[in-house]
Write a protein that binds this ligand. Sequence first.
Ligand code: ADP
Ligand code: MG
Length: 274
Amino acid sequence: MVAEGASPTPVLEIKDLVKEFPGRKKGEEVLAVDHVNITVPDEERGEFVALLGPSGCGKSTILSMVGGLMEPTSGEVLTLGKPVQGSNPDTVTVQQAYTCYPWLTALGNVEFGLNIQGKGKGEAKDIASEYLRKVGLGDRLGAFPRELSGGMQQRIAIARALAIKAKIVLMDEPFGALDAQTRAEMQQLLLQLWTEEKQSIFFVTHDITEAVLLAERVIVFSSRPAKIVHDLRVPFGRPRPQELVSDPHFVEICQSLLSLLKQSPSGGQVRVSL
Ligand code: ADP
Ligand code: MG
């Protein structure tokens, strides 16, 4: 219960987050994440947030700390008001590389996470089939990953992530390994799924166009160490068809983000795929 007038607990709070890694020389530390603060408020519909920054700046490191796979050097992450300690059950992650289990069918891959959640056999099968249908693989339930294209394997990974209904979906450059056409299809699929589901999405990318096309909010990071340089509210409504990328206002926003990223010291690559 939230008392009247009090603001509801944010879905995600990242407070003064710092991560240092041991450097090459003994005693040397490499700063990867530099005092990052982000709050994602709790709203009926989860927010689609893109984390945009050059490759190597520290984006995956931030995501790992939200998922509880890595401990911060200092600062903290809270999801739904609870400090993250160890693997975070409020999150699920979709990686860039295809992370399907090769020995399981498409159906088996999606059922796997549901079984871990304690869903019974029949229920897990129903939910897994439903989500595979949602991602367009309703007729490939029995296929093994090796029989499917890279884009189809990523569809399984997305079905698996959404099916378990974690409050926050962490996506780490999930379309980075796909060709341009498949990538565009997957972007549209993700937007469609996100309008049907209620999860918050935290989507890491180094592609400016992808960030602005997909997200409601784009948090821009400097090159390493990752520091927030801008927090942009994207001024486009929904739906966002692929053609939006050639709209002059869209192009203008991408260009201003590009010049912002260029001002931060070089060290990584960003991409504009207009
Ligand atoms: P991004 O995802 O933005 O491309 P990462 O978060 O993967 O960047 O990495 C940020 C920096 O931290 C890089 O310089 C990387 O080499 C370093 N780094 C990441 N993980 C480790 C680790 N486990 N040990 C040492 N250095 C690491
Ligand atoms: Mg990364």
